[in-house]
Design a protein around this ligand. Structure first.
Ligand SMILES: [Zn+2]
Ligand SMILES: [Zn+2]
Length: 329
């Protein structure tokens, strides 16, 4: 089988590796599509604490079961999508309803979806893998992972229907958030950005958009930061009204110091959320949404390209050209 290996930041190669054999409950997947993610680009450019190197590259996937271990939940020929982790359900955090913080969630993650094949272990196959309906576009199935992150954020935010919500950053995560809010009946949502092309894309998806300069101080019940930039982390607090909530979604490198006005935080009673990863319930919510509205998510896929074009795709993403690319082996 062929797999892209990330050796160190900036160093990748497409290699022939041994095809793994599924043990009890595992699934050997023949990849139908694997999408690129902001996390992949971060790992490629500067390394990432959750992405071991050298190692298989890519974590968003959709495929067909080529071989199933004994007692596996799915059988050969089933088309499935899923995420790359699953909680243990018995550690302190899992028992407290914080499965996204599960002690071992990152120890069993599946990496290496930019490949012809991928082994999904039983722990994940049993919980976080779903069968595609007939004819479901595999590149949309891949979106279950980033959408699960968004659903974790949504579940923590628990917005009211009437809430005035600003999303800052019309990249993949911002747009996923906007589509999800729209489908859940939140109509007072605007996505803010600086790139005309991305704002136009948002509009074409039926999402209200505006230039970041049009953000109004103290105006929103919730501000959802989806840029992963220190500037926006710090300025987001200025845009929520008293009692509002800021969701700092785009992770910054560890060691980054962010500054807030302590008076504003306290006397306006602003709540800060910074959701990381996802538990099993948000994964189910993500799959329900994708299954119900595949066409609404399709515009996030900027292009479908062959597996060998990963270097070109990473270059495009670096140039902020396109939202997500689907690699098709
Ligand atoms: Zn991802
Ligand atoms: Zn756990």
């Amino acid at each position: 089988m062929q797999q892209w290996i990330l050796h160190s930041p900036g160093q990748i190669s497409l290699e022939t590796v041994l095809k793994p054999t599924p043990n009890e409950g595992d699934l050997l997947i023949r990849v139908l599509a694997a999408t690129t993610c902001g996390t992949d680009l971060k790992a490629y450019l500067r390394g990432h604490p959750q992405i071991p190197m050298p190692g298989g590259f890519g974590h968003e996937w959709c495929g067909v079961v080529e071989k199933a271990g004994t007692g596996a939940k799915y059988s050969a020929g089933d088309e499935v999508c899923g995420v790359h982790t699953a909680p243990c359900f018995h550690c302190r955090w899992c028992l407290r309803g914080q499965e996204n913080l599960c002690e071992t969630i990152m120890q069993t993650k599946v990496m290496g979806s930019f490949a012809t094949h991928l082994l999904v272990p039983k722990r994940i196959a049993d919980v976080n893998v779903f069968r595609l309906p007939l004819g479901f576009p595999p590149e949309v199935g891949c979106l279950i992972e980033p959408l699960a992150c968004v659903m974790e954020g949504y579940s923590q935010l628990k917005p009211d229907r009437e809430d005035e919500i600003a999303i800052i950053g019309p990249g993949a995560i911002g747009l996923l958030f906007a589509v999800a809010l729209q489908k859940f009946g939140h109509h007072n949502v605007v996505i803010y950005g600086r790139t005309q092309e991305r704002l136009r894309l948002a509009e074409s998806m039926g999402i209200r958009s505006a230039h970041t300069n049009d953000l109004v101080l103290g105006q929103y019940d919730a501000v959802i930061e989806c840029t992963g930039t220190l500037d926006v982390w710090q300025s987001s607090l200025n845009y929520v009204r008293k009692g509002g909530t800021v969701v700092l979604f785009g992770g910054l490198p560890s060691g980054t110091q962010a500054q807030f006005d302590a008076g504003l935080l306290h006397y306006s009673q602003i709540k800060i959320l910074s959701p990381f990863h996802f538990g099993s319930q948000p994964v189910k919510m993500a799959w329900d949404l994708l299954q119900s509205y595949p066409d609404s998510f399709m515009p996030l896929i900027s292009a479908k390209v062959g597996l060998q074009y990963l270097p070109e795709v990473l270059q495009k993403l670096q140039n902020r050209n396109g939202i997500k690319y689907a690699l098709i082996p």
